[in-house]
Write a protein that binds this ligand. Sequence first.
Ligand code: HAM
Length: 439
Amino acid sequence: MATFQTLPGFREFYPEDLIRRSHIFRLWRQTANAFGFAEYDAPVLEPLELYKAKSGEEIENQLFSFTDKGGREVALRPEMTPTVCRLVGARASALKRPIKWFSIAEFYRYERMQKGRGRCFHQFNADIFGEPGPEAEIELIALLIQCLGAFGLTEQDFYVRLSDRNLWFYYLETLGLDDARIRGVLGAVDRHEKYGDEAFKAYTEQFGPLDAAVKEKVLAFLHVKSLSELERILGAPGAEKITARLADWRKLLGGLEAMGLARFIEVDLGVVRGLAYYTGFVFEAFDRKGELRALAGGGRYDDLVEKLGGPALPAVGFAIGDMTFALLLEQRGLTPNLVQAPDVYCVIGGEAERRAAFAGIHALRAAGFRVEYPLKEVAFGKQFKAAADSGAKLALIYGADELAKGVVKFRDLTERSEHNVPRDQILAAVRDAIGGRAG
Ligand code: HAM
């Protein structure tokens, strides 16, 4: 018989895996709530058109796309950004500003598989709409850092590389390049870390070799690692927009410093981001050891809402992927040992006692306690072993003798003590021993 396996690059989550993933999502959600972001969701399958010429060539080549039975060209979403632009754009005038939204969702890209990269993965996306100034970047980069910090990761574990496509544009303009050539150079900059000089091949094919003096300046700019270096290269007879932009930089870095987050930030003009829609500040988070692929990436994309049919609306955001993130937590020993132990394990004498036990079990569960019992009649000894193995704090023993007296034996498995509790007081006794439960 044929055996069926998952498609390459797709993941299954057994309960012990899902419990870790849920823990990550729970902390991300909590953190986003603390920052005042509202959660949204959207379809997995979208019109192919949404990504064409918007996400950029790399993602376009990685789409899982097909024609549906109604003849529509559709694609599994490779990212959330175009979708969230559509959502916000459709109601932009009615939404309270600033619009701060987040989501946790699954995405699909037909990528070459490698460590930390799959063909389906989850992202935490957070975006702010309607705020043109670097105040939005401050809020988002602080959220990004806290989303990693919430797990115990510190500045020794990860950092955020911060760069700026605007400054790249302004600088390359001063070097005499037109818009198409600037985009070509930025494509090379994006690939430079990985491919070195090879990264300029596509540029050369399209425009001929880059002038040697310009290339030297591009390579120097790409290695800029501080604001003072930036100021030195750009500052001289400062063009107005460059001066204004450097003021934005100071505001952004100053805000992050005031939040106590400067230690996580590295100015690094080598980052320009491959996606087509970014327009301003861009940033990426990496592990400090440089062993893993990017943990997160984002930036400003002020034109995309309008390009997708909405009003002109500035926007900035980022996404953290779950795969590299889980690898980093594991490497640092920060994956908690999560077990789903019941609060109460019910040990049941026989069929006659089972009816009485069911009433108690249901009342406890309705109050939000996690309660387990053997589904079928099992010897007492085996039930006690199961209770101990389950990790439950309490065992309630519904034996014939106890029921005859109108009580249940209440055993605290961690303190190893026991006493009888009247059947109508079980809920109160469990609450006393474990505490209230929100559910
Ligand atoms: P991205 O850089 O393509 O940006 O992805 C963000 C993160 O998602 C990456 O840093 C990585 O952790 C994870 N990721 C991406 N592709 C894969 C893959 N094949 N396997 C595993 N993880 C992956 C975006 O997606 C932008 N839409 C982010 C954004 C939101 N920009 C503004 N708002």
